[in-house]
Design a protein around this ligand. Structure first.
Ligand code: UDX
Length: 458
């Protein structure tokens, strides 16, 4: 057995994988985690990244980093219209990426033994570059499989009149996509809906020609969706998630993480704190900030709240909160700009997570057995929230307008009432499934082995 392991490590030595993350926090984290997983399995790692949301290479001294100019102006580098941002990146990065990859492949040290390219699915222009340079391209999908299937069904949903949203009853089920209702269909606010439609078509068609697809998920979590995926997209699939459980908390954060979160949590009783964070892109308005603040205060439940600069439209940070808001709570609340989220969720004082249901946040919460309050804002978050509240039943969906009384009630339901305890039990059961899938003989463990052998076969 040991001999066989040595043989494999020897075989991988010198084989290099080139990775290209989409420059958004929720996409950078899983790509860098995947890089670390492959590095630990003996591969050499090169990362190509844009100047926009540039990576801090000093956190990964063993990887080689290559920065490319993305040519985005200050106005263009904005999260206001994500469809516009991603499609622009896919135009502006073509030449610099091609140039960088070509140079890397012809470099005697780095170019030798390159096994494959792994890009985020959002980099759809890279398929033709890879074909052109005759290098296999694997794709990392950073979302759930259930969301991908909803996304792939967009043309059908458009044909049936669900998109663009019309007068359909929001609570009505979408029979083509159970368990989604009309209001769970992923929405993207954009000024260029036709581009969005084209991109979705392109991405879905491409999924049939990738050399393979890597998922930050595992079949026991999304059984029905994985079965459909295998049927509709018969390419090599590698569900090896959840990535972040392969090693201790990683450090691909673009913002600096405030560790006072942990010292504050250390002073709180077990399972008493609600952690509130809406990820790296979602935005709210001033009046919503106030409703959240009063809902948290009135619930009497201790809270750790991430108010990211940029979270509140038109504000710098928390200046619109009433003067002395935190002081009046007598230490019951702590606000930070950015937290070490994985460490926070693993802290014994955490009892609940009020989240926007980005896929990373959702998975991180499941992995620590923390029930959720779901407040999806756009895209995949709508689908994730539906699965959390309706399929796995490990959270409550805050569906109505953000209002302090409703917020207070929902926090109490999750944090102190029997209903919350039941959700905690169900999520602990899912957490056990996570632990099992990563162990020898588990599905992710096996898929990772398959992925390694597949990369070595190129
Ligand atoms: C985006 C999309 O919005 C999301 O829907 C999609 O699934 C991935 O890309 P984002 O909104 O940032 O991501 O959410 P999420 O997927 O949850 O990723 C956020 C990441 O930032 C997580 O890994 C989380 O641990 C980290 N984080 C968040 C911190 O490190 N500190 C914080 O304070 C908040």
């Amino acid at each position: 057995m040991e001999d066989q392991k040595m043989f494999h490590l020897q075989q991988r030595k010198g084989r290099r994988v080139i990775l290209f993350p989409l420059p958004l926090q929720g996409h950078i984290n899983p790509m860098l985690q995947l890089a670390s997983i492959l590095y630990n399995k003996g591969f050499s790692i090169s990362i190509i990244h844009t100047n926009f949301n540039s990576l801090n290479s000093s956190n990964y001294p063993r990887f080689s980093f290559h920065s490319i100019p993305d040519g985005l102006s200050k106005n263009e580098a904005s999260f206001a219209d994500m469809v516009a941002l991603v499609s622009l990146l896919n135009v502006k990065c073509v030449a610099p990426f091609k140039d960088c990859l070509r140079k890397m492949l012809s470099n005697s040290v780095e170019g030798e033994n390159v096994a494959c390219l792994i890009t985020d699915a959002g980099w759809y222009f890279t398929q033709s570059v890879a074909e052109n340079l005759k290098i296999p391209r694997l794709v990392l999908r950073t979302n759930s499989v259930s969301y991908f299937l909803a996304y792939a069904a967009f043309p059908l949903l458009r044909e049936k009149g669900y998109i663009p949203a019309q007068d359909c009853e929001p609570e009505a089920p979408v029979p083509e996509l159970p368990p989604l209702r009309v209001k769970d269909i992923p929405v993207f606010k954009t000024d260029i809906p036709e581009t969005l439609h084209q991109v979705i078509l392109e991405l879905t068609n491409q999924t049939k020609v990738y050399s393979g697809c890597i998922w930050n998920s595992f079949p026991d979590l999304e059984q029905v969706s994985f079965a459909t995926l295998h049927k509709e997209f018969p390419i090599p699939m590698f569900p090896i998630g959840p990535f972040h459980k392969y090693f201790p908390a990683s450090s691909s954060s673009l913002l600096s993480q405030d560790h006072s979160s942990i010292s504050w949590l250390n002073k709180q009783p077990p399972k008493s704190v609600i952690y509130v964070s809406f990820g790296s892109i979602a935005a709210i308005n001033e009046s919503e900030l106030l409703e959240i603040a009063w809902g948290l205060a009135n619930s009497k439940v201790p809270f750790l709240w991430v108010v990211r600069p940029g979270l509140v439209r038109g504000a710098e940070w928390t200046e619109t909160l009433p003067k002395g808001f935190l002081e009046r709570l007598d230490g019951r609340g702590h606000i930070v700009k950015w937290a070490p989220q994985q460490e926070v969720l693993a802290h014994p004082a955490i009892g609940g997570f009020w989240t926007h249901n980005g896929w990373n946040s959702t998975l991180e919460s499941i992995c620590e057995g923390v029930p959720m309050i779901c407040q999806p804002c756009f895209g995949d978050q709508m689908v994730n929230a539906r699965y959390v509240s309706h399929v796995w039943k490990i959270g409550l969906h805050l569906e109505r307008k953000l209002e302090r009384g409703e917020i207070e009630k929902t926090i109490k339901r999750v944090m102190v009432e029997a209903e919350g305890q039941e959700m905690r039990e169900r999520i602990m059961y899912l957490k056990e499934k996570v632990d099992l899938c990563l162990k020898q003989g588990g599905s992710s463990y096996q898929s990772l082995d398959n992925l390694i052998n597949y990369i070595l076969s190129f």
